[in-house]
Design a protein around this ligand. Structure first.
Ligand code: PBG
Length: 333
């Protein structure tokens, strides 16, 4: 008998009564193998350097990076996405350090491969902004604009050196038109048919990349609005998606994650390849900062954002909390 009239006619709360009941009916769950750890390695340092806007995240030395990779394996994390940070004096207009076989990223790929082999999917950022002195993701023309096609040639070279170093997956993140196709060709022509491409398909120009600039010691001049997508657009991502798939992307990514869950949902509905989402530096920093002030419960907030990203359709999530969260999940709390 209901308290008032005929309502409630149905009682969804029955399925929320106990922890065991809630666990049984959970539609989504996080698993360590859902997670990928982005990691920064800096040339020429002997101690890891803290990144002030990303508490707990560092610019690794070659040595501490290897340790981080081992910890990730032990926690059950699926993969590691490597970012190389060259010494300041090795940055130039063309991002030369990005294509030298002994450039920091290539060295780091070899190190991690030697340490963990195939136990972790080793991925690399394929973009020039870490290596250019102007901080743009490509090379500039005589008017100071990012030159799409000249940049593609640089990306083809990057793909080859990263693959030569032993990477499993390259992650082109520069939003140049045609980048996936050019990289696929470069990989195939150099005997790297088995190296996969995780395409940054929907990548928005975002204020939330702020802390990343410090992480890769970038002094970006201007902004990235002529190549990264406008936050106002969602449909446009489906166009980028179609192009990336046609050009040979093995997996596609939406980035940032939290502010673009609608885009992630649309992309995930539209494809039959694995979908990744990148919870970026500013998303990380916001939660750490609010938690430090005691304004939110840190661990719950982290899990809630990750579950939201998964619920929206991500198969794989890049997050700076990957190893820590994988540890929690293994304790099955
Ligand atoms: C480009 C790249 C960026 C990030 C990953 N790859 C910066 C940008 O596009 O401006 C940002 C990641 C983050 O903020 O956590 N190489």
């Amino acid at each position: 008998m209901s308290a008032y009239g005929s309502f409630p006619g149905s009682r969804p709360r029955r399925l929320r009564t106990t922890p065991a009941m809630r666990r049984m009916v959970a539609e989504n769950r996080l698993h360590p193998s859902d997670l990928i750890l982005p990691a920064f390695v800096r040339e020429g340092i002997s101690e890891p350097l803290a990144i002030s806007a990303m508490p707990g995240v560092v610019q690794h030395t070659r040595d501490t990076l290897r340790k981080a990779a081992v910890e990730a394996v032990e926690a059950g994390v699926a993969g590691i996405m490597l970012f190389g940070v060259p010494a300041d004096e090795n940055k130039d207009a063309l991002g030369t350090a990005g294509t030298e076989p002994d450039g920091i990223l290539q060295v780091a790929i070899r190190d991690v491969k030697a340490e963990v082999g195939d136990d972790l999917v080793i991925m690399s950022d394929l973009c020039l902004d870490e290596y250019t002195d102007h901080g743009h993701c490509g090379v500039l023309d005589e008017h100071g604009r990012v030159d799409n096609d000249a940049t593609l040639e640089r990306y083809a070279e990057m793909a080859q050196v990263q693959a030569d170093a032993g990477v499993h997956v390259v992650g082109p993140s520069g939003m140049m038109d045609g980048q996936v196709g050019v990289i696929r060709d470069a990989l195939d022509e150099t005997g790297h048919e088995d190296v996969s491409i995780l395409a940054y398909t929907a990548k928005y120009t975002s204020a939330f990349y702020g802390p990343f600039r410090e992480a890769v010691a970038s002094s970006l001049q201007g902004d990235r609005k002529t190549y990264q997508q406008d936050p106002a657009n969602a449909r446009e991502s489906l166009r980028e998606l179609a192009l990336d798939l046609e050009e040979g992307a093995d997996m596609v990514m939406v980035k940032p994650a939290g502010p673009y869950l609608d885009v992630l949902y649309r992309v995930a509905q539209a494809v039959d390849v694995p979908v990744a989402a990148y919870q970026i530096s500013g998303e990380f920093a916001m939660i750490e900062a609010a938690a430090e002030k005691g304004w939110i419960e840190r661990d719950r907030a982290i899990l809630e954002t990750l579950l939201g990203i998964k619920r929206a359709g991500a198969d794989t999530i890049l997050t700076y909390w990957a190893t820590e969260v994988a540890g929690w999940l293994r304790e099955t709390r």
